[in-house]
Write a protein that binds this ligand. Sequence first.
Ligand code: KG4
Ligand code: ZN
Length: 335
Amino acid sequence: KQSPIILAIESSCDDTGAAVIAGGNILANVVASQQVHEQFGGVVPELASRAHQQHILPVVQAALTKAGISKEDLDAVAFTQGPGLLGSLLVGSMFAKSFALALNKPLLAVNHMRAHILAHFIEEPRPAFPILCLTVSGGHTQLVIVRSPMDMEIIGQTQDDAAGEAFDKTAKLLGLPYPGGPRLDKLAQQGDPLRFPFPVNQMPGYDFSFSGVKTAVMYFLRQQTQQNPKFIEENLADLCASIQHTILQTLIRQLRRAAKDYGLTNIAIAGGVAANSGLRAELQRLSQELGWQVFIPAFQYCTDNAGMIAMTAHFQYQAGDFADQLASPDPRLKL
Ligand code: KG4
Ligand code: ZN
């Protein structure tokens, strides 16, 4: 079928999402975020799966209603197979499988990291292949060469913390509530990025390392607050700007090297950290300097959402890449 209508479900971490796509156009994209984790300063897996159970039915119903589609009109049901939290993935996959079984529709099992990248094909301007994509989320940091929707190769990745994790963990050291990334970004806009120079871990090849930033910030703050207990609050914006600068330097350095070595000029960013205003601005600047075509998804398609799962499912449907009822969630699913 040329214009399949697909319901897609995302439940890999702490956002429950459902989207409807028809012929490659998103008709609805609904997401319910979970607030329960804020008081714990991070995602609590058991609470996440329980919240998915509460949200999934209303979220799916809202997506179908918004799209003006009845469930009989669907040509397939898609779900996030991994990577992610097992308990969270189970809720979405069990729901999708039962729904597909009851409706007697085919199933599509989608890779969440592939979907972050293919989010670029939801709206104009859509990048031309090959693309060099920097995927930066709370759980992953990957440099990927994308030759087609179904042909991707990781050329570099983090050896320890993900970029989003580095934002969240350093934000926590500054006393910012979870998730710290967006809050640190906001405060950084008022600060001096060169005020506190933190060491940058330089990795061979195109890999990344962020555990050093976190440790350096921790020791620095400990030392400074011993002398002045109010050090953090008095310097908060400069601290945020300096930390953000350090993390972005690491990302940009490897991105530039890979683009140069592979001769790629279609440059994309994806994942939650692609929402970072400093990263977006730096890429716009580099597009001028280096003649890159830079692609940054709309904000709602950067953080976890079912729209990107639907887009990927659309490509898989056309490639005939279907799953069966035995498809099970894989928390460590490879790209
Ligand atoms: O892709 P995502 O929504 O979930 C995962 O699949 O991990 O990414 C979430 C991550 C979190 O670490 C969050 O702090 C970070 O993206 N993030 C940001 C910003 N917005 C979200 N980090 C820095 N600046 C932002 N504006
Ligand atoms: Zn994600």
